[in-house]
Structures are given as C-alpha cells and as structure tokens.
Design a protein around this ligand. Structure first.
Ligand SMILES: Cc1ncc(COP(=O)(O)O)c(C=O)c1O
Length: 366
C-alpha cells in the first residue's frame, strides 16, 4: 500500500508501563506508577460525585464546539471564547498544529530532549525536525533562534520542560518571542503550568494578546488529575484558532469529559492542595539527591529528573521488580538519570528507601 514513506521505521509512542502488566510480570500485589506525571491524589472528589449522578444521555454525540466547557475556561482565564481550541488531550492539539502547518520542505525547531510528540508528529507530516540541545537542562533559546530560517513553520517551547522540569523565565521568553519571525508559530506548551511556583515565570496570556503567532497549550491531565478523560486546550488569537479549527476532528472531546472538566475547574481548592503536596513531595527527592550527591534539575513540575550514577535501565528494572514504575533516562535522552513523578508522601518515602537499597546493591552508594 502507499503509506507515507516516513511512517516506515517509526515507532508508536511508548507510554509508561501499565500497573496491571507489572503486577502480572513480577507477581506483585501493589504497584505504584510514577512514570507518567499523573496526579497521585486523583482528581477533585466533585468529579466522582458527578459521574455517579450525572443522568447524561450517552446515545447523543457530544457538543463538538464544547460550548459549556469553552465558557467555563474562557471565564477562568479571562479570554474570549473564540480564543480557545479544545483537544483530546494536548497530544491532539499537537497533532492538529502539526497537521495544519507541517509538510515536506518545511522545518520545525524544538529543544532536545523535550516532549517527544513534537518531533513524532512532525515526522509523520514529513517535515524536517531541528533539535537544539538543552543547555544545563534548559532551553537554549539563542541557539533555537539561530536554527530558525525562512522554512521554519513552528518553534516549540516546552515550559516547564519535560523531562527536565526546568522553566524559561519571563525575561528570556519575552526577548525570544520578540525575535522570532512573525510568520513562525511559537507554541508554549504549559502542560505543567499549575505546578509552577518560581516567580521568574510570569503568566504568558498577555503574549497571546500581543503576538498573533503565539499559541499556549494547557491540559486537564496533570494537576486536575483527569488524564483518563483526555482534555487539553490551546489559547491563541481568534484568527489563529479559526485557522486551526478545520483540522480538528468533529467530536474530539467526549460529552462526559467536557462535563467533568467543568466540575474540576470549579474546584481550585483541590489544585492548590495538589500543588502544595507536590512541592513537599519534591522536597523529599531534593533532600535525597543532596544527601547522596546526585545531580538533579530544579523542577517546576510534578516530576523530577535526577542522576543515578548507574545504567538507568538497570535502575528502572530493579525499581519495577520492587513495585515502582518510573522512566529510565535512556528512553528520554538523558542516560544516567531517571525521571520520577512525585507521588504521595508515603509513596515517595517508600520509593526513596528502595532506591537507596538498589543504589547500594549497584555499588553507587556505600
Ligand atoms: C510537556 C507535555 N505536553 C503535553 C503532554 C500531553 O498531555 P495530554 O495529552 O494528556 O494533555 C504531556 C504529557 O505527558 C507533556 O508532558
């Protein structure tokens, strides 16, 4: 058959291993997944109440325009309803953007390592991928500017960056945006926006007002704890959103997911508690790294990438045998490091105590 030639040899996205698979494989009763940056505290309890009592008619197609959710998010952010594009997770928004702007002959610029789906989708579209290595775990915006030329269609800024968790400060971002040519789309992926506490990051919504080529992506999958429902969204000027909208699948958010996102958005107390608990949890990892002299990146997210001074795949396997699923740095372009999602206080304590045991076994720690 006549597939696009670039599809041959491409691999599907490799998600963190499912809990049930690890339970079966290692005969474990309890397995904790700290691999996909999900919310260990679940989601707002109001979502669960809604699901039990919603009385919805599941035979009816969802509202393709997500009107109710649109109104709720526009009011929450203080933007016009026409400035929002909803996706089946922000993964879907990435696919919409790349499908709309990328094709053979154009290129797209991104940091390396960063979120894998930017390059993955660009490859599917047959566009050239220009990866600019991180500098000290942070976006090298100077080099990214140099990589942009007249054939560049999209530049991605993952802020905070996955897998390092580092941010681009507002000062750095504003001078970058100013210098990017106005016909290049600048995507600010803020999947972990709610977790940011560093005052060097300042809200980016004003860039959307000032620049027609800036698009912000956010999601309900992380702090809102709704990863299973697949809801992400983009914020841009109305004209940009209208240009992307025809690429979107007609009913790309389910009716139930639209409803629960509204319920979750109303519970900002839950988000605040999630962020506070995550900050405390992150501190447990920072203390562990400091105690053992392991390098880590200052994270503004609900995960942390740190050094294990050993083969990351070995540590990944050893921790899996002990009931914890994490991400090996080998899979993320950061060999010698592991990426761990911040769990509950108890999960973190147990994880770190087992990790200490593994690192001793491996001869990393005395
Ligand atoms: C930086 C970043 N962007 C986007 C996503 C996709 O999130 P979702 O499709 O669940 O909204 C993720 C998920 O891990 C991510 O880390």
């Amino acid at each position: 058959m006549k597939f696009k030639k670039q599809i041959y040899g491409m691999k599907a996205y490799q998600p963190g291993k499912p809990i049930e698979e690890v339970q079966r494989e290692f005969g474990l009763k309890e397995v904790v997944k700290l691999a996909s940056n999900e919310n260990p505290f679940g989601c707002s309890p109001k979502v669960k109440d809604f699901i039990v009592n919603n009385g919805m008619n599941f035979a009816i197609y969802p509202d393709g325009y997500a009107q109710e959710l649109r109104t709720a998010v526009s009011q929450h952010l203080g933007v016009d309803e026409s400035q929002l594009l909803f996706g089946n997770g922000s993964d879907d928004i990435i696919a919409i953007i790349t499908r709309a702007l990328l094709y053979p002959g154009v290129n797209t610029v991104m940091a390396d390592p960063s979120f894998s789906q930017y390059s993955h989708n660009a490859e599917v579209e047959g566009a050239e991928v220009r990866k600019v290595p991180l500098k000290d775990g942070k976006h090298d915006l100077e080099k990214m500017l140099e990589a942009i030329d007249e054939n560049t269609s999209i530049v991605w800024v993952c802020n905070p960056n996955n897998p390092t968790g580092t941010i681009v400060s507002d000062e750095e971002l504003s001078s970058f945006i100013e210098k990017v040519p106005s016909d290049v789309l600048i995507v600010l992926d803020e999947a972990y926006f709610e977790y940011i506490t560093d005052p060097a990051y300042k809200d980016t919504l004003h860039y959307v007002e000032e620049y027609p080529n800036v698009l912000i992506m956010r999601t309900f999958s992380k702090a809102y704890g709704l990863a299973a429902f697949r809801i992400g969204y983009a914020i841009g000027q109305s004209k940009l959103i209208a240009a992307l909208d025809p690429v979107r699948a007609p009913f790309n958010n389910t009716a139930l997911s639209q409803k629960v996102a509204i319920v979750a958005l109303e519970d900002q107390q839950f988000i605040q508690e999630t962020v506070e608990q995550t900050e405390k949890g992150k501190q447990q990892y920072v203390e562990f790294c400091n105690k053992h002299g392991l390098k880590y990146y200052p994270s503004q997210t609900n995960f942390i990438l740190f050094e294990v001074k050993a083969d990351s795949d070995v540590i990944f396997q050893e921790m899996m045998k002990r009931g914890f699923i994490i991400r090996s740095g080998n899979a993320l372009g950061t060999p010698g490091f592991i990426r761990v999602s911040i769990g509950t206080e108890e999960q973190n304590r147990k994880f770190l105590s087992l990790l200490e045991e593994v690192l001793k076994e491996q001869g990393v720690l005395a």
